[in-house]
Structure formats: C-alpha cells, structure tokens
Design a binder for this molecule. Structure first.
Ligand code: HEC
Ligand code: HEC
Length: 433
C-alpha cells in the first residue's frame, strides 16, 4: 500500500515539474516575441526620438488668423463644422466627409457629397502643423482652405453671400460671431445683397456677384473669410494622442526605469527598424507627425480612365493669385510674416506630379490611401513602394526596395502601432454637445 502511495506522489511531483517547466517555456516564447531585447544603436534611438509625439513642439499660432487660439472661436467652429445649414441643400456639413469616427476622413476612394469630387478625403488630424493644405497644397492657411469646400459645387455647393447672411440670420451664430469680430454688416436688403451670389460656377450667382459694388463684395468677403477663421480655430484642436509606438519610445528613453516598459512585438520592432532604415520611409515621413510637409512624386498610377494628376506644379500660380492667401487683405499677417509663401519651392519640373506627404498617424484606420484613394490597403501601399515603378508624369522619387514579403509585412505591422484617439476626443472629436 505504502509503495503504491509513494509511486503516486512521485508521479504527481513529476507532473508538477512538467507543468511549471511548460509555463516557463510558454512565458519565454511569449516574452521573446516582444522586443525589449531589440538593441537600438544610439543613432537609431535619436531617430526614434525625433518621431516621438513628445518631440512635437507646441503649435505656433497661424499669424494670418488672429482668432485661431480663441476657445470661443473653436467652439463656434465646431458648431459650424457639423452644421448642414452651411450647404445649398441643407444636407452637407464638413463632417459629411470628415467623419470623427474615421479620424475625420470618410473611407471612400473619392469624396462624395453633392457630387463626386476629384480626390480622396485626407484625415485632418494634426494637419494644422502643415504650412500647406490639400494634397497639392493649393492653400497656405487652414482658414483659407475651409472656404474651398463651402463653394465647391460637388461639396457644400453654396455661395459666400448665403453663408454671410446665415451668420446674421441665425441668432446664436450672430451673437457669437459679433463677440469675436464686432458687428455684422446688415445684409437684409436683397436688392443690394442678393440671396445667392459668389464667384462660383453657377452662372446666375456669378452674375449676381459681379453686379454687386466692390465695397459690398468686400463686406461679404470679410464675413466669409471670418467663417474660415472660425472653422480653423476648431480644426487646430484635432491633434493625435500617444500611441503604442510613442509609449515604446518613451520606455526606451527612460533611463531611470520609472515607466512601465512598453513593448512592441519583434515583428513590429523589425518593421520600425526597416521604416527608419532600409525602406527609407523616413526620408519623407519624418518628424512626430511622420510627414516633412513637403511635396513629392511617388509614381502613383492615376485612377482608371484619368490623366495623371499634375499635383503641385498646377497650383503654384493659383496660390499667388488667391485673394485669401497670406499676402491678401483678409489675412491678419504682415507680408514679412508670409515666409512659407515667399520662399516656396517653385521648380515646376521637380514638382510635377508631386503631392504633400501625408501623416502616418492613425494610418491603419484611414483606408483607402493616396490622393485618389487608388490603393485599397496598406499591404498594397507597401508593394507600391517596393516596386517603385517609373512615374507616368514627372519623376518617381521613391526607388525600388527589393524587400521580402516578410519585411513588407513587418512594416505594415509597425504602421499598426500608430493609432490612438484624438486629444480630448470627448470635447473636440465629436459633434458639439
Ligand atoms: C465632399 C466631401 C468634403 C467636404 C464636405 C469637405 N471636405 Fe475637406 N476635403 C475633402 C477632400 C476630397 C479633400 C482633399 C482635396 C484635394 O486635395 O484636392 C479635403 C481636404 C481638406 C483639408 C486639407 C487636409 C490636408 O491634408 O491638406 C482640410 C483642412 C479640410 N478638407 C477641411 C474641411 C472643412 C473645414 C470642411 C467644411 C467647410 C470640409 N473640409 C468639407 C473632402 C471634403
Ligand atoms: C519620396 C518621399 C516618400 C517616401 C520615400 C515614402 N513616402 Fe509615403 N507618401 C509620400 C507622399 C508624397 C504620399 C502621398 C502620395 C499621393 O497621394 O500622391 C505618401 C503616401 C503614403 C501613404 C498613404 C497615406 C494616406 O493617407 O493616403 C502611406 C501609408 C505611406 N505613404 C507609407 C510609406 C511607407 C511605409 C514608406 C516606406 C516604405 C513611404 N511611405 C515612403 C511620400 C513618400
């Protein structure tokens, strides 16, 4: 009897040891899939630090927009951003295409409101840091950009007279507007201020606009540009927050070991190493927002049936002629403060087919990709860079990479670590309460 019990005991101890060993083995395999063991050189660490969100300097206020820092303006801007009264049919707002749950993009190849637009809707989170707006950068301030969609027949489809009048006829808008800018002009006389007027495609509205006196047009333009400034004050609040990647960099840089270690998987860390090294993404996607805010031709194919987009080259003259640019009468900046516009690159050959480098923060949530939404997912984006075909127009600045499928997958996995909510999502990342 005693012998049997002993045998059973030994059996149990054996099982226990086996169990403990397997737990350790599983733990070891699991831990070794995480990258605290990845050794980063000091040069690499420096690059990682430059991509870290903590390295983002405070946003210097747009000199051309005197109210950009005002919280009252931002709150009013939030109302207007989500308000479909600002459209010709009462159905379209900025949020029709810039949807909060998609980091203010829309998930479509090309944007669609009143009609289909020519390009893909970019996320606008963090874009306030850019000196240029739109894929081709045809606007030099966020307030001036905001005026574009309001009058575009495919987007909000209205006209500036309509919007200027709305600011006065809606009581709560009028009070808030006047607190920021002083009295609104009296637009009630329709023989002087027609119901619909603006320098837009619609021939009737355009004719009505041309009939107005220069002084009256200037009054409307003033209110219209102020609506843009109000919208911009709101949009500058839409900033990215700390991602898993940022937490990882923080823990790598944390010499006192005060922080909880934050880990990337081995694949993600290898993807990161490729991103800043062999794959050369960092040449254009650099800094804490993963963009150099410059214009590059990356050899994209046009959408089927379309000619290649000329990009930056087409808009250089437009920028200089825009009455709502930094030099113009509606800008609050002195001409000497308009350094971006004054010193912009203008080499038409170099800039042919070039678009502004987009941010890669929150990238896995903002498919499809590129200026026409012509690439459906990140795996295809990586294939595109790996092959770097000759450009149909201009010169493809990206060069073939010859990375393996596994390496491309690793970069894709790394890009997946760049998602995080918008800062103060509860306040700014949704329609006003
Ligand atoms: C029909 C959908 C649609 C509507 C409505 C719309 N947008 Fe856009 N938005 C786009 C598209 C498409 C682009 C890119 C167009 C281009 O580059 O030619 C864009 C670009 C932008 C950009 C520049 C982003 C960048 O990366 O350069 C900002 C900022 C912006 N929109 C804000 C607004 C605001 C503010 C409103 C409301 C007044 C608005 N949008 C209304 C589709 C829309
Ligand atoms: C020569 C500069 C350059 C290099 C190098 C580069 N990119 Fe880009 N990237 C751009 C530009 C410019 C665009 C926008 C192109 C367009 O739509 O015409 C872009 C677009 C993207 C997009 C789509 C963004 C969106 O919102 O649609 C992703 C994702 C991306 N790049 C990732 C990468 C990765 C990963 C690498 C490295 C393998 C890389 N890029 C290398 C300049 C560059």
């Amino acid at each position: 009897m005693i012998g049997k019990a002993n045998k059973l005991g030994r059996h149990k101890i054996g099982l226990l040891i086996l169990l403990v060993c397997s737990v350790f083995l599983v733990l070891f395999i699991w831990r070794s899939n995480y990258s605290q063991f990845v050794d980063w050189s000091s040069e690499e660490l420096e690059i990682l630090q430059s991509l870290w969100l903590e390295s983002l300097p405070p946003l210097s206020p747009d000199q051309s927009n005197a109210i950009v820092d005002s919280t009252a303006a931002a709150k009013l801007g939030q109302q207007i951003f989500f308000d479909s009264q600002f459209s010709i049919n009462g159905e379209i707002s900025c949020a029709t295409c810039h949807q909060p749950q998609l980091y203010f993009s829309d998930g479509l190849n090309k944007a669609f409101a009143i009609g289909q637009t020519a390009r893909h809707t970019p996320s606008i989170v963090g874009v306030a840091y850019s000196p240029w707006f739109y894929w081709d950068g045809r606007k030099d301030s966020q307030w001036s950009q905001a005026l574009g969609p309001l009058e575009d027949p495919k987007e909000h489809g209205g006209n500036r007279m309509q919007y200027a009048r709305l600011m006065g006829s809606d009581e709560s808008y009028r009070i808030e507007y006047e607190a920021l800018f002083g009295n609104l002009p009296d637009f009630s006389d329709e023989s002087i201020f027609p119901v619909n007027a603006g320098p837009v495609q619609n021939p009737e509205w355009n004719a009505a606009w041309q009939m107005m006196t220069e002084d009256n047009r200037a009054q409307v333009n003033r209110v219209f540009s102020n609506i843009g400034k109000i919208l911009a004050a709101y949009e500058t609040r839409l900033m990215p927050s700390e991602t898993r990647f940022d937490a990882y960099v923080a823990s790598l840089l944390d010499e006192d070991n005060d922080l909880e270690p934050s880990l990337l998987t081995m694949d993600e860390a290898n993807g990161l190493r490729l991103f800043i090294g062999e794959a050369r993404c960092i040449e254009c996607h650099n800094g804490p927002l993963f963009t150099n805010n410059e214009f590059h031709n990356t050899g994209l194919l046009p959408s089927p049936g379309e000619l290649p987009d000329q990009g930056r080259t087409r808009v250089l003259q437009l920028l200089l002629e825009d009455p709502f640019n930094c030099y113009g009468g509606f800008s609050d900046a002195g001409i000497e403060q308009c350094t971006e516009l004054t010193y912009m690159r203008t080499n038409r050959t170099e800039l042919l087919g070039a678009m502004r480098t987009p941010t890669l923060r929150n990238i896995s949530a903002t498919a499809p990709y590129m200026h026409k939404g012509q690439i459906p997912n990140l795996a295809e984006v990586l294939k595109h860079y790996n092959q770097a075909e000759l450009a149909l127009i201009g010169h493809n600045e990206a060069e073939p990479l010859a990375l393996s499928r596994r390496q491309l997958q690793q970069i894709e996995l790394f890009l997946g670590t760049l998602d995080a909510p918008i800062i103060d999502s509860q306040v700014w990342g949704q329609p006003p309460l």
